[in-house]
Design a protein. Structure first.
Length: 266
């Protein structure tokens, strides 16, 4: 496990190195390298493979395209004019996308380019539906949120033919997004998914949210988080990993849910 975590630090440093651009650092928030997502991209590979420059490039490029998508998602405009920091955020997202294509071009892997391009297309389609609040049911809304969070990893796994890892990983990535959105809604009073949830459960609302309405939206988050947690635990029970992988699975689970149910000490 220690060797694995040391390798994760090295790969994270490589991603951060690629993200470093002095001018952008002056004006926009430093992009975050998601620990859970990085671990999920590393998951299918052996330690020998993780020592390969080629494998590091694959993991780095999948990380960069997700960061590019997440960076674009931070752009929120309330007027016809886009502030300079928002313009730079858009450019930063485009820059990170360019880095992803550059690395894939170096690898000359047309299959991976096609897979990740299809993932980006699907993610953007689901984001448009989410932004425009076009969902007709809570189930379709949550399906879109799940696709936004998991498409990159799913296509990445498909290329390497390791889809068996996906059921658990998809639940964890989805749960983390819901937990983050719930926390933002509680602390800031707004979140992208909260607006979509509100439009479904209060379609006729014209005034500001009441305390009861606020609680109802939080309850939707709680219900789906609990459901996804149960699905993640069921995925672990149905396909318990080999002893050598048990701690890693536990680490992934605990990164999201913060308990020791599936991680042994030592």
């Amino acid at each position: 496990m220690n060797e694995w975590l040391e390798r994760k630090i090295m790969i994270k440093q490589e991603v951060q190195r690629r993200l470093s651009y002095p001018y952008l650092k002056k004006f926009i928030e430093k992009p975050e390298v998601d620990e859970l997502r990085l671990l999920t991209l590393m998951l299918p590979f052996t330690m020998d493979q993780l020592s390969s420059d080629e494998t590091v490039k694959y993991i780095t490029t999948a990380s960069l395209i997700q960061i590019a998508l997440d960076t674009h998602e931070k752009v929120i405009t309330s007027s016809d004019e886009i502030a300079i920091d928002q313009q730079l955020t858009v450019l930063a997202g485009d820059y990170f996308s360019g880095l992803y294509y550059q690395i894939l071009a170096e690898l000359k892997d047309i299959r991976m380019i096609r897979a990740l391009s299809d993932a980006v297309k699907s993610i953007n389609e689901n984001k448009i539906i989410l932004y425009q609040q076009e969902h007709t049911s809570m189930e379709s809304l949550m399906e879109s949120v799940c696709k936004i969070e998991t498409e990159i990893v799913e296509r990445f796994y498909t290329v390497f033919r390791v889809q068996s890892f996906f059921p658990l990983v998809s639940r964890l990535l989805f749960a983390k997004r819901l937990l983050r959105e719930k926390q933002r809604f509680i602390t800031e009073g707004q979140a992208l998914t909260a607006k979509a949830i509100e439009s479904l459960i209060f379609p006729q609302r014209t005034s500001s949210l009441s305390l009861e309405n606020h609680k109802a939206i939080v309850q939707v988050y709680d219900d789906y988080i609990n459901q996804v947690k149960e699905e993640a635990e069921r995925a672990l029970d149905e396909q318990w990993p080999a002893n050598s992988e048990e701690q890693l699975y536990g680490l992934l689970y605990n990164t999201v849910f913060g308990n020791k149910t599936y991680a042994e000490e030592g």
